[in-house]
Design a protein around this ligand. Structure first.
Ligand code: NAP
Length: 146
């Protein structure tokens, strides 16, 4: 049986990487034990899981990965809404969406944002969130969001 048929699904990507056919490996929609299993096979440079100011269940994973390319940064189909966002936005002349994105950028340097939009105006707003500097007071207030 050819080796590639004998290989389990979990090792095929690692083999392709060793052959230089792909550069780096990333995982999506995984729990910590999945990352452990993958790391036993090959290096994993990024994880893409759901994470935002109202969905923080993946804190540990975020701290374990070189790049954390979270999805639903704005909440996806259920946009994050909370009084604290309006209050912090008001302090900075920013929109609530910009506060949501700025919070993520403050969370850790390995956080990479991929907010989805069909609007040029929203795209410009989202890019400008990188210039929004949140204070300790802002971050404390945003920590009240669950
Ligand atoms: N790996 C996975 O399993 C997985 C799962 C889900 C998503 N993803 C990926 O993650 C990325 C983000 O996901 P997503 O786009 O579904 O969720 P999202 O970025 O949390 O939210 C996108 C929604 O927010 C709105 N929006 C964006 N910027 C805005 C702004 N400045 N003001 C107001 N509304 C704004 C968009 O509407 P407008 O178009 O009107 O701006 C859209 O309805 C995508 O690349 C997606 O492919 C991956």
């Amino acid at each position: 049986m050819p080796a590639r048929h004998a290989a389990s699904n979990s090792t095929v990507l690692a083999e392709l990487r060793e052959q230089g056919l792909i550069c780096d490996l990333g995982l999506s929609n995984v729990r910590e034990h999945h990352l452990d299993q993958a790391l036993a096979i090959a290096p994993v440079v990024c994880v893409q899981n759901m994470f935002n100011v109202a969905e923080r269940g993946d804190e540990k994973m975020l701290d374990r990965t070189t790049a954390y390319v979270l999805f639903f940064p704005l909440g996806g189909f259920s946009p994050v809404q909370h009084q604290a966002l309006e209050e912090v936005g008001g302090r900075h002349g920013a929109t609530e969406r910009q506060v949501v994105l700025a919070w993520l950028l403050h969370r850790a340097p390995n956080v990479l944002l991929i907010p989805g939009t069909s609007s040029t105006r929203h795209l410009e707003e989202n890019l400008a969130s990188a210039d929004l500097h949140l204070s300790e007071q802002d971050l404390t207030l945003l920590d009240t969001i669950e």
